[in-house]
Design a protein. Structure first.
Length: 170
């Protein structure tokens, strides 16, 4: 019976590697975002030469948006891989991010919602620049969705703070 238990536990432990393709997929998504970034960068140059100031601002906000999403994917890839699959063995490489290996699931959750709020804010700014193209209902939905993300972020932070304070009392 002990042998069966050991085999089962070994299989469960090894199954963490099933997550590796997901993290590889996130790296491919970053590459796809890089392609979008360069397309938008080209559009920015075109807008700078021929377009309006509003078009240029939207191109810049899109670049910021894509950069935020790519950064979020990188944090998710590093943290998720290190938390659930295996430690990334780069030793004391001078370019190793300071947060690498220190972002737990709770921190990851807060970084995720923080990035979503920032991305939502950029999208809302883009909507405000082209406000004449939106109906009041569309604008209200965009603001409502953004506020939902903000409130969710605050609630995540509060629940984590409450959970952390409960750990210290024990």
């Amino acid at each position: 019976m002990r042998r069966l238990e050991n085999a089962l536990e070994s299989m469960i432990f090894t199954s963490r590697w099933l997550l590796a393709p997901f993290f590889t997929g996130l790296i491919i998504a970053i590459i796809a975002l890089m392609i979008k970034f360069f397309k938008e960068l080209y559009q920015l140059v075109v807008n700078a030469l021929t377009g309006s100031g509003g078009d240029m601002i939207i191109s810049i906000l899109t670049l910021v948006d894509v950069s935020l999403i790519a950064s979020l994917l990188l944090i998710m890839t590093f943290s998720g891989y290190e938390n659930f699959v295996s430690k990334i063995g780069v030793g004391d490489h001078e370019d190793r991010p300071a947060w690498m290996g220190k972002v737990g699931f709770s921190d990851l959750k807060l970084k995720l919602i923080g990035a979503i709020v920032a991305i939502s804010a950029v999208e809302l700014l883009k909507a405000f620049i082209n406000v004449q193209e939106l109906t009041n209902t569309q604008l209200a939905w965009k603001v409502g969705i953004h506020l939902t993300f903000v409130v969710s972020g605050v609630m995540f932070a509060l629940t984590d703070r409450i959970a952390d304070s409960g750990k210290g009392a024990r």
